[in-house]
Design a protein around this ligand. Structure first.
Ligand SMILES: C[S@@+](CC[C@H](N)C(=O)[O-])C[C@H]1O[C@@H](n2cnc3c(N)ncnc32)[C@H](O)[C@@H]1O
Length: 527
Protein backbone atom coordinates (compact mmCIF):
# COMPACT_ATOMS: atom_id res chain seq x y z
CA UNK A 1 0.00 0.00 0.00
CA UNK A 2 1.54 3.39 -0.91
CA UNK A 3 2.28 5.44 2.20
CA UNK A 4 -0.26 8.30 2.48
CA UNK A 5 1.48 11.63 2.62
CA UNK A 6 -1.08 13.62 4.63
CA UNK A 7 -1.81 13.65 8.34
CA UNK A 8 -5.11 11.72 8.76
CA UNK A 9 -6.35 14.25 11.34
CA UNK A 10 -5.73 17.61 9.65
CA UNK A 11 -4.81 16.61 6.08
CA UNK A 12 -1.53 18.56 6.16
CA UNK A 13 1.33 16.98 4.12
CA UNK A 14 3.52 15.25 6.74
CA UNK A 15 6.56 13.02 7.15
CA UNK A 16 6.46 11.75 10.76
CA UNK A 17 5.68 8.05 10.34
CA UNK A 18 3.92 5.82 12.86
CA UNK A 19 6.75 3.78 14.40
CA UNK A 20 4.57 0.66 14.69
CA UNK A 21 3.31 0.10 11.16
CA UNK A 22 4.98 3.03 9.32
CA UNK A 23 1.91 3.09 7.10
CA UNK A 24 0.58 6.47 8.35
CA UNK A 25 2.21 9.90 8.64
CA UNK A 26 1.45 12.71 11.09
CA UNK A 27 2.03 16.44 11.29
CA UNK A 28 3.13 16.04 14.92
CA UNK A 29 2.84 14.06 18.17
CA UNK A 30 -0.51 15.70 19.06
CA UNK A 31 -2.36 14.36 16.05
CA UNK A 32 -0.56 11.03 16.27
CA UNK A 33 -1.94 10.58 19.82
CA UNK A 34 -5.38 11.68 18.72
CA UNK A 35 -5.43 9.29 15.79
CA UNK A 36 -4.18 6.45 18.00
CA UNK A 37 -7.11 6.87 20.37
CA UNK A 38 -9.57 7.39 17.51
CA UNK A 39 -8.79 4.30 15.42
CA UNK A 40 -5.14 3.56 14.87
CA UNK A 41 -4.76 1.50 18.04
CA UNK A 42 -6.75 -1.33 16.43
CA UNK A 43 -5.34 -0.88 12.95
CA UNK A 44 -1.63 -0.45 13.69
CA UNK A 45 0.12 -3.74 14.41
CA UNK A 46 -1.54 -6.41 12.35
CA UNK A 47 0.00 -9.56 13.79
CA UNK A 48 0.61 -11.52 16.96
CA UNK A 49 2.83 -14.46 17.78
CA UNK A 50 1.03 -17.63 18.77
CA UNK A 51 1.97 -21.31 19.12
CA UNK A 52 0.74 -24.36 17.29
CA UNK A 53 1.66 -28.03 17.85
CA UNK A 54 2.89 -28.38 14.26
CA UNK A 55 4.40 -24.95 13.49
CA UNK A 56 5.78 -24.08 16.93
CA UNK A 57 5.63 -20.31 17.36
CA UNK A 58 4.12 -18.63 14.32
CA UNK A 59 2.77 -15.26 13.22
CA UNK A 60 -0.97 -14.77 12.86
CA UNK A 61 -2.91 -11.81 11.49
CA UNK A 62 -4.95 -9.94 14.10
CA UNK A 63 -7.02 -8.11 11.47
CA UNK A 64 -7.65 -8.31 7.73
CA UNK A 65 -4.46 -7.32 5.94
CA UNK A 66 -4.64 -5.89 2.44
CA UNK A 67 -2.44 -7.08 -0.41
CA UNK A 68 0.68 -4.89 -0.54
CA UNK A 69 0.38 -3.78 3.10
CA UNK A 70 3.49 -3.83 5.27
CA UNK A 71 3.07 -6.59 7.86
CA UNK A 72 6.28 -6.02 9.77
CA UNK A 73 9.44 -3.97 9.54
CA UNK A 74 12.43 -4.87 11.65
CA UNK A 75 16.09 -4.00 12.10
CA UNK A 76 18.48 -6.96 12.35
CA UNK A 77 19.50 -8.29 15.75
CA UNK A 78 22.67 -9.53 14.05
CA UNK A 79 24.40 -9.03 10.71
CA UNK A 80 27.35 -11.16 9.66
CA UNK A 81 28.99 -12.74 6.60
CA UNK A 82 27.39 -15.81 5.08
CA UNK A 83 29.01 -19.16 5.90
CA UNK A 84 30.74 -19.33 2.49
CA UNK A 85 31.36 -16.02 0.80
CA UNK A 86 33.68 -14.17 -1.54
CA UNK A 87 36.03 -12.07 0.57
CA UNK A 88 34.03 -9.25 2.15
CA UNK A 89 34.94 -6.53 4.63
CA UNK A 90 34.07 -7.47 8.22
CA UNK A 91 33.37 -3.79 8.90
CA UNK A 92 30.95 -2.72 6.14
CA UNK A 93 30.40 -6.15 4.51
CA UNK A 94 31.18 -4.85 1.03
CA UNK A 95 32.90 -7.16 -1.43
CA UNK A 96 36.65 -6.66 -1.20
CA UNK A 97 38.76 -5.36 -4.03
CA UNK A 98 42.47 -4.74 -4.30
CA UNK A 99 43.53 -1.15 -4.84
CA UNK A 100 45.58 -0.44 -8.00
CA UNK A 101 49.25 -1.12 -7.33
CA UNK A 102 48.51 -3.23 -4.21
CA UNK A 103 49.12 -6.97 -4.08
CA UNK A 104 46.73 -7.94 -1.31
CA UNK A 105 43.59 -6.81 0.48
CA UNK A 106 43.89 -4.22 3.23
CA UNK A 107 44.38 -6.24 6.45
CA UNK A 108 43.12 -5.18 9.87
CA UNK A 109 46.14 -3.92 11.83
CA UNK A 110 44.79 -5.66 14.96
CA UNK A 111 43.42 -9.06 13.89
CA UNK A 112 44.66 -9.53 10.26
CA UNK A 113 41.20 -10.16 8.73
CA UNK A 114 40.84 -8.47 5.35
CA UNK A 115 38.89 -5.21 5.47
CA UNK A 116 38.19 -2.56 2.86
CA UNK A 117 40.15 0.15 4.69
CA UNK A 118 41.47 1.50 7.97
CA UNK A 119 38.08 3.17 8.57
CA UNK A 120 36.40 -0.23 8.99
CA UNK A 121 38.77 -1.37 11.76
CA UNK A 122 36.56 0.49 14.26
CA UNK A 123 33.22 -0.54 12.77
CA UNK A 124 30.63 -1.53 15.41
CA UNK A 125 30.28 -4.89 13.64
CA UNK A 126 33.97 -5.72 13.63
CA UNK A 127 35.33 -4.17 16.82
CA UNK A 128 34.14 -6.80 19.37
CA UNK A 129 35.41 -9.83 17.39
CA UNK A 130 38.59 -7.95 16.47
CA UNK A 131 39.49 -7.42 20.13
CA UNK A 132 39.06 -11.11 20.94
CA UNK A 133 41.05 -12.28 17.92
CA UNK A 134 43.81 -9.69 18.34
CA UNK A 135 44.25 -10.65 22.00
CA UNK A 136 44.99 -14.22 20.92
CA UNK A 137 47.17 -13.08 17.98
CA UNK A 138 44.88 -14.83 15.51
CA UNK A 139 46.23 -14.92 11.99
CA UNK A 140 43.71 -14.94 9.15
CA UNK A 141 44.97 -16.50 5.94
CA UNK A 142 42.54 -15.06 3.39
CA UNK A 143 44.68 -13.45 0.71
CA UNK A 144 44.03 -11.95 -2.68
CA UNK A 145 44.72 -14.48 -5.44
CA UNK A 146 45.82 -12.43 -8.46
CA UNK A 147 46.19 -15.53 -10.64
CA UNK A 148 42.81 -17.22 -10.13
CA UNK A 149 40.73 -14.30 -8.84
CA UNK A 150 38.65 -14.29 -5.65
CA UNK A 151 36.99 -17.53 -4.56
CA UNK A 152 34.37 -18.30 -1.94
CA UNK A 153 36.06 -18.70 1.45
CA UNK A 154 34.73 -21.06 4.12
CA UNK A 155 36.79 -19.30 6.83
CA UNK A 156 33.90 -16.84 7.22
CA UNK A 157 31.69 -19.59 8.68
CA UNK A 158 32.97 -18.85 12.20
CA UNK A 159 32.11 -15.14 12.18
CA UNK A 160 28.30 -15.24 12.54
CA UNK A 161 28.33 -17.66 15.52
CA UNK A 162 31.20 -15.70 17.08
CA UNK A 163 29.35 -12.38 16.76
CA UNK A 164 26.33 -13.98 18.37
CA UNK A 165 28.33 -15.59 21.19
CA UNK A 166 30.02 -12.28 22.00
CA UNK A 167 26.58 -10.77 22.71
CA UNK A 168 26.51 -13.00 25.81
CA UNK A 169 28.59 -10.40 27.65
CA UNK A 170 28.04 -7.26 25.58
CA UNK A 171 24.23 -7.48 25.31
CA UNK A 172 22.92 -10.25 27.62
CA UNK A 173 19.26 -9.30 27.08
CA UNK A 174 19.51 -9.69 23.32
CA UNK A 175 21.55 -12.89 23.73
CA UNK A 176 18.84 -14.34 25.93
CA UNK A 177 16.22 -13.56 23.29
CA UNK A 178 18.33 -15.21 20.60
CA UNK A 179 18.76 -18.33 22.74
CA UNK A 180 14.96 -18.66 22.83
CA UNK A 181 14.81 -19.22 19.06
CA UNK A 182 14.30 -22.70 17.63
CA UNK A 183 17.61 -24.54 17.10
CA UNK A 184 16.95 -28.18 16.06
CA UNK A 185 20.44 -29.02 17.33
CA UNK A 186 19.32 -32.56 18.19
CA UNK A 187 18.50 -33.16 14.51
CA UNK A 188 21.57 -31.40 13.14
CA UNK A 189 24.24 -32.69 15.52
CA UNK A 190 24.86 -36.00 13.71
CA UNK A 191 24.85 -34.58 10.18
CA UNK A 192 28.12 -34.40 8.17
CA UNK A 193 27.92 -30.57 8.14
CA UNK A 194 27.86 -30.45 11.92
CA UNK A 195 30.69 -32.98 12.14
CA UNK A 196 32.85 -30.44 10.26
CA UNK A 197 31.44 -27.55 12.29
CA UNK A 198 32.23 -29.40 15.51
CA UNK A 199 35.89 -29.58 14.66
CA UNK A 200 36.17 -26.10 13.09
CA UNK A 201 33.96 -23.90 15.21
CA UNK A 202 34.62 -25.51 18.59
CA UNK A 203 38.38 -25.41 18.04
CA UNK A 204 38.20 -21.78 16.87
CA UNK A 205 36.05 -20.51 19.75
CA UNK A 206 37.39 -22.54 22.64
CA UNK A 207 41.00 -23.32 21.73
CA UNK A 208 42.13 -20.56 19.37
CA UNK A 209 40.18 -17.70 20.96
CA UNK A 210 40.34 -19.20 24.46
CA UNK A 211 36.64 -18.61 25.16
CA UNK A 212 36.41 -21.81 27.17
CA UNK A 213 33.69 -20.43 29.45
CA UNK A 214 31.38 -21.26 26.51
CA UNK A 215 30.31 -24.89 26.51
CA UNK A 216 30.47 -26.98 23.35
CA UNK A 217 26.69 -27.34 23.52
CA UNK A 218 26.13 -23.57 23.71
CA UNK A 219 28.43 -22.84 20.77
CA UNK A 220 26.76 -25.46 18.57
CA UNK A 221 23.32 -24.32 19.68
CA UNK A 222 24.05 -20.77 18.58
CA UNK A 223 25.27 -22.06 15.18
CA UNK A 224 22.12 -24.15 14.90
CA UNK A 225 19.86 -21.22 15.84
CA UNK A 226 21.45 -19.19 13.05
CA UNK A 227 21.01 -22.04 10.55
CA UNK A 228 17.33 -22.34 11.47
CA UNK A 229 16.44 -18.66 11.63
CA UNK A 230 18.84 -16.44 9.68
CA UNK A 231 17.82 -14.78 6.43
CA UNK A 232 20.01 -14.06 3.47
CA UNK A 233 20.07 -10.26 3.33
CA UNK A 234 20.54 -9.07 -0.24
CA UNK A 235 21.01 -5.43 -1.09
CA UNK A 236 21.76 -5.43 -4.83
CA UNK A 237 22.39 -1.67 -5.03
CA UNK A 238 25.28 -2.12 -2.57
CA UNK A 239 26.26 -5.53 -4.00
CA UNK A 240 25.77 -6.85 -0.46
CA UNK A 241 24.89 -10.44 0.49
CA UNK A 242 25.08 -11.25 4.20
CA UNK A 243 23.37 -13.22 6.93
CA UNK A 244 20.83 -11.43 9.12
CA UNK A 245 18.87 -12.46 12.18
CA UNK A 246 15.49 -10.78 12.79
CA UNK A 247 13.75 -11.77 16.01
CA UNK A 248 10.09 -11.17 15.05
CA UNK A 249 10.42 -12.07 11.38
CA UNK A 250 12.07 -15.35 12.42
CA UNK A 251 8.66 -16.34 13.80
CA UNK A 252 7.06 -16.31 10.34
CA UNK A 253 6.41 -19.90 9.31
CA UNK A 254 6.88 -21.52 5.96
CA UNK A 255 4.26 -22.33 3.33
CA UNK A 256 4.92 -23.57 -0.23
CA UNK A 257 2.33 -21.00 -1.36
CA UNK A 258 3.37 -18.05 0.82
CA UNK A 259 1.22 -15.01 1.51
CA UNK A 260 4.06 -12.51 2.05
CA UNK A 261 7.36 -11.49 0.54
CA UNK A 262 10.18 -9.43 1.97
CA UNK A 263 12.67 -6.82 0.82
CA UNK A 264 15.64 -5.21 2.56
CA UNK A 265 16.28 -1.48 2.65
CA UNK A 266 19.74 0.05 2.49
CA UNK A 267 20.12 -0.27 6.28
CA UNK A 268 19.49 -4.03 6.17
CA UNK A 269 16.03 -3.49 7.67
CA UNK A 270 13.63 -6.24 6.58
CA UNK A 271 10.18 -5.22 5.32
CA UNK A 272 7.60 -8.02 5.12
CA UNK A 273 4.64 -7.29 2.82
CA UNK A 274 1.39 -9.14 2.16
CA UNK A 275 1.31 -10.46 -1.42
CA UNK A 276 -2.40 -11.31 -1.22
CA UNK A 277 -5.27 -10.19 0.99
CA UNK A 278 -4.79 -12.00 4.32
CA UNK A 279 -7.97 -12.50 6.35
CA UNK A 280 -7.91 -11.94 10.13
CA UNK A 281 -6.73 -15.02 12.02
CA UNK A 282 -4.62 -16.46 9.15
CA UNK A 283 -1.12 -17.87 9.44
CA UNK A 284 1.29 -15.34 7.95
CA UNK A 285 3.81 -17.24 5.86
CA UNK A 286 6.89 -16.95 3.72
CA UNK A 287 8.69 -19.54 1.63
CA UNK A 288 11.94 -20.96 3.03
CA UNK A 289 12.60 -22.70 -0.28
CA UNK A 290 12.31 -22.34 -4.07
CA UNK A 291 8.60 -22.44 -4.89
CA UNK A 292 9.34 -23.50 -8.49
CA UNK A 293 10.74 -26.87 -7.34
CA UNK A 294 8.39 -29.83 -7.13
CA UNK A 295 7.30 -31.40 -3.85
CA UNK A 296 9.98 -34.09 -3.55
CA UNK A 297 13.03 -31.76 -3.77
CA UNK A 298 11.20 -28.95 -1.95
CA UNK A 299 10.37 -31.10 1.06
CA UNK A 300 13.88 -32.60 1.04
CA UNK A 301 15.42 -29.12 1.06
CA UNK A 302 13.18 -28.02 3.96
CA UNK A 303 14.06 -31.16 5.90
CA UNK A 304 17.81 -30.67 5.38
CA UNK A 305 17.94 -26.92 5.92
CA UNK A 306 15.12 -26.27 8.42
CA UNK A 307 14.60 -29.75 9.92
CA UNK A 308 10.84 -30.12 9.39
CA UNK A 309 8.49 -32.02 7.12
CA UNK A 310 6.21 -29.61 5.32
CA UNK A 311 2.58 -30.71 5.24
CA UNK A 312 1.08 -27.64 3.59
CA UNK A 313 -1.85 -27.86 1.18
CA UNK A 314 0.46 -27.95 -1.83
CA UNK A 315 2.75 -30.65 -0.37
CA UNK A 316 -0.20 -32.84 0.61
CA UNK A 317 -1.70 -32.71 -2.88
CA UNK A 318 -0.11 -35.17 -5.38
CA UNK A 319 -1.14 -32.83 -8.23
CA UNK A 320 0.45 -29.78 -6.54
CA UNK A 321 -2.72 -27.72 -6.88
CA UNK A 322 -3.53 -29.17 -10.33
CA UNK A 323 -0.19 -28.07 -11.78
CA UNK A 324 1.32 -31.58 -11.81
CA UNK A 325 4.69 -29.90 -11.21
CA UNK A 326 6.31 -33.21 -10.21
CA UNK A 327 4.61 -35.46 -12.75
CA UNK A 328 6.35 -37.50 -15.42
CA UNK A 329 4.57 -39.09 -18.38
CA UNK A 330 3.84 -42.81 -18.20
CA UNK A 331 6.18 -44.79 -20.45
CA UNK A 332 3.69 -47.69 -20.62
CA UNK A 333 0.31 -46.17 -21.53
CA UNK A 334 1.88 -42.91 -22.85
CA UNK A 335 -1.11 -40.82 -21.80
CA UNK A 336 -1.25 -41.01 -18.01
CA UNK A 337 0.79 -38.94 -15.59
CA UNK A 338 2.88 -40.65 -12.91
CA UNK A 339 2.40 -39.16 -9.45
CA UNK A 340 3.39 -40.00 -5.89
CA UNK A 341 0.97 -42.31 -4.10
CA UNK A 342 1.58 -40.29 -0.93
CA UNK A 343 3.48 -37.01 -1.34
CA UNK A 344 3.89 -36.65 2.44
CA UNK A 345 5.85 -39.91 2.53
CA UNK A 346 9.20 -39.44 0.76
CA UNK A 347 9.54 -43.23 0.36
CA UNK A 348 6.12 -43.84 -1.26
CA UNK A 349 5.98 -45.38 -4.75
CA UNK A 350 4.89 -43.39 -7.78
CA UNK A 351 2.00 -44.62 -9.91
CA UNK A 352 0.33 -43.85 -13.22
CA UNK A 353 -3.08 -42.22 -12.86
CA UNK A 354 -4.49 -44.28 -15.74
CA UNK A 355 -2.69 -47.66 -15.87
CA UNK A 356 -1.13 -49.97 -13.25
CA UNK A 357 2.45 -48.86 -14.02
CA UNK A 358 4.45 -48.09 -10.84
CA UNK A 359 7.89 -46.63 -10.28
CA UNK A 360 10.04 -46.69 -7.15
CA UNK A 361 10.68 -43.23 -5.68
CA UNK A 362 14.44 -43.87 -5.90
CA UNK A 363 14.15 -43.94 -9.67
CA UNK A 364 12.20 -40.67 -9.68
CA UNK A 365 14.82 -39.00 -7.48
CA UNK A 366 17.65 -40.35 -9.63
CA UNK A 367 15.95 -39.11 -12.81
CA UNK A 368 15.22 -35.67 -11.32
CA UNK A 369 18.82 -35.28 -10.16
CA UNK A 370 20.26 -36.37 -13.49
CA UNK A 371 18.06 -33.95 -15.45
CA UNK A 372 18.71 -31.14 -12.97
CA UNK A 373 22.45 -31.68 -13.47
CA UNK A 374 22.01 -31.67 -17.23
CA UNK A 375 19.99 -28.46 -17.02
CA UNK A 376 22.70 -26.78 -14.93
CA UNK A 377 25.37 -27.73 -17.47
CA UNK A 378 23.60 -26.23 -20.53
CA UNK A 379 25.20 -23.42 -22.54
CA UNK A 380 23.80 -20.31 -20.87
CA UNK A 381 24.70 -17.93 -23.70
CA UNK A 382 21.89 -18.90 -26.06
CA UNK A 383 18.33 -20.26 -25.93
CA UNK A 384 19.26 -23.12 -28.27
CA UNK A 385 20.40 -25.68 -25.70
CA UNK A 386 17.38 -24.93 -23.46
CA UNK A 387 14.93 -25.36 -26.35
CA UNK A 388 16.71 -28.60 -27.24
CA UNK A 389 16.38 -29.77 -23.60
CA UNK A 390 12.60 -29.19 -23.75
CA UNK A 391 12.37 -31.10 -27.03
CA UNK A 392 14.49 -33.99 -25.70
CA UNK A 393 12.30 -34.56 -22.64
CA UNK A 394 8.94 -33.60 -24.12
CA UNK A 395 7.66 -37.21 -23.88
CA UNK A 396 9.11 -37.79 -20.40
CA UNK A 397 8.39 -34.66 -18.38
CA UNK A 398 4.87 -33.33 -18.01
CA UNK A 399 4.39 -29.94 -19.64
CA UNK A 400 4.40 -28.17 -16.25
CA UNK A 401 7.07 -30.31 -14.58
CA UNK A 402 9.28 -28.14 -12.38
CA UNK A 403 12.31 -28.82 -14.62
CA UNK A 404 10.28 -27.66 -17.62
CA UNK A 405 9.29 -24.57 -15.66
CA UNK A 406 12.90 -23.84 -14.72
CA UNK A 407 13.88 -24.22 -18.39
CA UNK A 408 11.08 -21.95 -19.54
CA UNK A 409 12.06 -19.32 -16.99
CA UNK A 410 15.66 -19.47 -18.21
CA UNK A 411 14.42 -19.07 -21.80
CA UNK A 412 12.48 -15.93 -20.86
CA UNK A 413 15.75 -14.44 -19.57
CA UNK A 414 17.69 -15.50 -22.68
CA UNK A 415 15.30 -14.33 -25.43
CA UNK A 416 15.91 -10.63 -25.78
CA UNK A 417 19.00 -10.47 -23.57
CA UNK A 418 21.91 -12.43 -25.09
CA UNK A 419 23.94 -11.59 -28.21
CA UNK A 420 22.29 -13.01 -31.32
CA UNK A 421 18.94 -12.97 -29.51
CA UNK A 422 18.68 -9.33 -28.44
CA UNK A 423 15.17 -7.88 -28.73
CA UNK A 424 15.81 -6.28 -32.14
CA UNK A 425 17.43 -9.52 -33.37
CA UNK A 426 14.49 -11.79 -32.49
CA UNK A 427 12.45 -13.01 -35.44
CA UNK A 428 8.65 -12.93 -35.19
CA UNK A 429 8.47 -16.57 -34.10
CA UNK A 430 10.96 -15.91 -31.29
CA UNK A 431 8.93 -12.87 -30.17
CA UNK A 432 5.79 -15.02 -30.05
CA UNK A 433 7.76 -17.74 -28.22
CA UNK A 434 8.86 -15.33 -25.49
CA UNK A 435 5.31 -14.05 -25.20
CA UNK A 436 3.94 -17.60 -24.80
CA UNK A 437 6.63 -18.46 -22.26
CA UNK A 438 5.69 -15.40 -20.18
CA UNK A 439 2.02 -16.43 -20.21
CA UNK A 440 2.89 -20.05 -19.28
CA UNK A 441 5.01 -18.92 -16.35
CA UNK A 442 2.48 -16.35 -15.15
CA UNK A 443 -0.12 -19.09 -15.01
CA UNK A 444 2.21 -20.97 -12.64
CA UNK A 445 3.14 -17.86 -10.66
CA UNK A 446 -0.57 -17.21 -10.07
CA UNK A 447 -0.74 -20.58 -8.30
CA UNK A 448 2.62 -20.86 -6.49
CA UNK A 449 3.31 -17.20 -5.69
CA UNK A 450 0.05 -15.37 -6.30
CA UNK A 451 -0.63 -11.65 -5.98
CA UNK A 452 2.14 -9.12 -5.65
CA UNK A 453 5.05 -11.56 -5.44
CA UNK A 454 8.41 -10.51 -6.86
CA UNK A 455 8.23 -13.51 -9.20
CA UNK A 456 4.98 -12.25 -10.74
CA UNK A 457 6.29 -8.70 -10.90
CA UNK A 458 9.40 -9.74 -12.83
CA UNK A 459 7.34 -11.90 -15.22
CA UNK A 460 4.92 -9.04 -15.86
CA UNK A 461 7.88 -6.82 -16.71
CA UNK A 462 9.13 -9.39 -19.25
CA UNK A 463 5.62 -9.76 -20.67
CA UNK A 464 5.11 -6.02 -21.05
CA UNK A 465 8.38 -5.58 -22.92
CA UNK A 466 7.72 -8.32 -25.45
CA UNK A 467 4.09 -7.26 -25.93
CA UNK A 468 5.29 -3.78 -26.86
CA UNK A 469 7.89 -5.20 -29.26
CA UNK A 470 5.27 -7.35 -30.97
CA UNK A 471 2.73 -4.52 -31.25
CA UNK A 472 5.26 -2.16 -32.86
CA UNK A 473 6.41 -4.84 -35.32
CA UNK A 474 2.88 -5.66 -36.34
CA UNK A 475 2.27 -1.94 -36.92
CA UNK A 476 5.48 -1.57 -38.96
CA UNK A 477 4.56 -4.64 -41.05
CA UNK A 478 1.08 -3.30 -41.72
CA UNK A 479 -0.58 -6.10 -39.73
CA UNK A 480 -2.15 -3.71 -37.23
CA UNK A 481 -3.80 -0.32 -37.66
CA UNK A 482 -2.58 2.66 -35.63
CA UNK A 483 -5.61 2.32 -33.33
CA UNK A 484 -5.17 -1.45 -33.01
CA UNK A 485 -1.51 -0.98 -32.14
CA UNK A 486 -2.25 1.71 -29.60
CA UNK A 487 -4.81 -0.57 -28.01
CA UNK A 488 -2.21 -3.35 -27.76
CA UNK A 489 0.32 -0.90 -26.34
CA UNK A 490 -2.26 0.24 -23.79
CA UNK A 491 -2.62 -3.40 -22.72
CA UNK A 492 1.16 -3.54 -22.31
CA UNK A 493 0.98 -0.31 -20.31
CA UNK A 494 -1.58 -1.88 -17.96
CA UNK A 495 0.75 -4.84 -17.45
CA UNK A 496 3.61 -2.41 -16.79
CA UNK A 497 1.51 -0.52 -14.23
CA UNK A 498 0.89 -3.75 -12.35
CA UNK A 499 4.60 -4.63 -12.48
CA UNK A 500 5.47 -1.16 -11.16
CA UNK A 501 2.97 -1.48 -8.33
CA UNK A 502 4.58 -4.77 -7.30
CA UNK A 503 8.24 -3.94 -7.85
CA UNK A 504 8.46 -0.30 -6.77
CA UNK A 505 9.33 -1.43 -3.24
CA UNK A 506 12.50 -3.13 -4.50
CA UNK A 507 15.20 -0.43 -4.23
CA UNK A 508 17.29 -1.87 -7.08
CA UNK A 509 14.33 -1.89 -9.49
CA UNK A 510 13.69 1.89 -9.35
CA UNK A 511 15.86 2.82 -12.35
CA UNK A 512 14.56 -0.02 -14.56
CA UNK A 513 10.93 0.80 -13.76
CA UNK A 514 11.47 4.50 -14.40
CA UNK A 515 13.13 3.71 -17.72
CA UNK A 516 10.32 1.34 -18.77
CA UNK A 517 7.59 3.85 -17.93
CA UNK A 518 9.35 6.63 -19.87
CA UNK A 519 9.92 4.36 -22.89
CA UNK A 520 6.38 3.05 -22.85
CA UNK A 521 4.88 6.53 -22.64
CA UNK A 522 6.89 7.52 -25.75
CA UNK A 523 6.06 4.31 -27.61
CA UNK A 524 2.32 4.73 -27.16
CA UNK A 525 2.53 7.85 -29.40
CA UNK A 526 3.80 5.67 -32.29
CA UNK A 527 5.84 8.53 -33.75
C1 LIG B 1 12.44 -19.67 11.47
S1 LIG B 1 11.76 -20.81 12.59
C2 LIG B 1 10.10 -20.26 12.80
C3 LIG B 1 9.77 -20.08 14.26
C4 LIG B 1 9.63 -21.38 15.02
N1 LIG B 1 8.36 -22.00 14.74
C5 LIG B 1 9.80 -21.18 16.51
O1 LIG B 1 8.95 -21.58 17.30
O2 LIG B 1 10.83 -20.63 16.91
C6 LIG B 1 11.65 -22.20 11.56
C7 LIG B 1 11.14 -23.41 12.23
O3 LIG B 1 9.74 -23.32 12.45
C8 LIG B 1 9.09 -24.55 12.18
N2 LIG B 1 8.22 -24.39 11.01
C9 LIG B 1 8.11 -23.31 10.22
N3 LIG B 1 7.20 -23.50 9.25
C10 LIG B 1 6.73 -24.75 9.41
C11 LIG B 1 5.76 -25.54 8.73
N4 LIG B 1 5.13 -25.09 7.66
N5 LIG B 1 5.52 -26.79 9.19
C12 LIG B 1 6.18 -27.27 10.28
N6 LIG B 1 7.10 -26.56 10.96
C13 LIG B 1 7.36 -25.33 10.54
C14 LIG B 1 10.20 -25.54 11.90
O4 LIG B 1 10.58 -26.14 13.08
C15 LIG B 1 11.30 -24.64 11.38
O5 LIG B 1 12.58 -25.18 11.52
Amino acid sequence: MPIPLNCPICGVPSTLKCGGCRNVVYCGKEHQKLHWRKEHKVLCKCFEIDTDPKLGRYVRSTRDIKKGEVVMREIPALIAPKLMTYPICLGCHQKLTVKPGERDYYKCSQCTWPLCSLACENSKYHKPECEVMAKRKFNCNINYDAKNGPKKESAYCVISPLRCLLLRNSNPKLYEKILKLEDHLDKRINTPVYAILKSNLLTFVRKILGLDELSEEEILRVASILDTNAFEVRIPSKDLKVRGLFLDTAMVSHDCVPNTRHVFDNNCQIVVMATVDIPKGSVISTSYTNTLKSTLPRREHLLQSKCFECTCRRCADPTELETYAGAIMCSKCKIGKILSEDPLDASADWKCQLCPHKIKVKQIVWGNNALEKELQSLDKTSPKAYEEFLRRYRDTLYDKHSLVLETKYALIQLYGNVPGFLLHELNDAAVQRKLDLCHDMLEIADIFEPGSSRFRGMLLLDLQEIMAVQAKREFENGLLTREGTQEKLMDAMKILNEAVEILQVEPEMQATLQDRVTRMAKEIDLN
